[in-house]
Design a protein around this ligand. Structure first.
Ligand SMILES: CSCCC(=O)C(=O)COP(=O)(O)O
Ligand SMILES: [Zn+2]
Length: 230
């Protein structure tokens, strides 16, 4: 009797090559669509990745973030960013920044990069040379740093040679005493955050964006002098 269902041979792989990591690919696509809806990934801007056992899953380059699907992702190696599953999609142009985070921060499980307007504005202002300080803002506790009363987010120059931005980030992370603030700003470009998973990385992105909004509403100066009242 035939049932119409083919039994898989015991030694055959359970999943066809290229169809694995469906969950992680779906998470990356969903995060992109969510951030698009918030207005933080306009058009094709922004990129998202998660760490996997074999490397990272990252959004493909140049995809409209409002209509991302699992197919719009690429699995690349952690050491050199080479695609691991023979996929034809190009990984994000900013893959080198994601890889720098994963290599330098072992606990990072997800990285989110967006062109969120307030963060991008603060990163591009005259007071944002090298870093933006968010001192004594309650919301900075959302970044999970040991001393949220003194938070300085580094600001890097935007460069067409993206691996140079990644190099600047690596130098910063290696020089930072203690655990790094899980965020960076790129002047006239955007904001990148990371966390143990996509929920944490996205929460931190929300915190940085709102901190920048508050700073602008408060008069545009990120750091201010005040007695420690926290
Ligand atoms: C239209 S945004 C220019 C590229 C960029 O900054 C970005 O975040 C998206 O690049 P990707 O290669 O990840 O699509
Ligand atoms: Zn970008």
């Amino acid at each position: 009797m035939t049932t119409g269902v083919k039994m898989q041979h015991a030694s055959a792989p359970l999943r066809r090559a290229g169809t694995g990591l469906a969950l992680e690919r779906g998470e990356v696509a969903t995060a992109c669509r969510d951030l698009y809806r918030r207005g933080w990934m306009p058009g094709t801007a922004g990129n998202v990745s998660v760490r996997t056992g074999e490397g990272i899953v990252i959004s493909a380059s140049g995809r409209a973030k409002g209509t991302m699907s699992r197919q719009d992702t690429v699995v690349v190696a952690l050491d050199d960013g080479r695609p691991l599953h023979g996929e034809s999609e190009r990984p994000s142009a900013e893959t080198s920044i994601h890889l720098a985070v994963y290599r330098e921060v072992p606990e990072a499980g997800a990285v989110v990069h967006a062109h969120a307007p307030y963060a991008t504005t603060v990163a591009s202002g005259p007071g944002a040379a090298g870093q933006v300080a968010f001192d004594d803002w309650e919301l900075a506790k959302g970044l999970g740093v040991p001393d949220p009363s003194r938070v300085a987010v580094p600001v890097f120059a935007n460069r067409s040679d993206v691996p140079r931005i990644a190099g600047d980030l690596v130098a910063h992370l290696r020089a930072a005493p203690g655990p790094a603030v899980p965020a960076l700003l790129i002047s006239r470009h955007g904001v990148t955050t990371w966390g143990r998973d996509l929920t944490e990385a996205t929460n931190r992105l929300e915190c940085v964006e709102m901190l920048c909004r508050l700073v602008l509403l408060a008069g545009g100066t990120a750091a201010h002098e005040q007695e420690d009242v926290l």
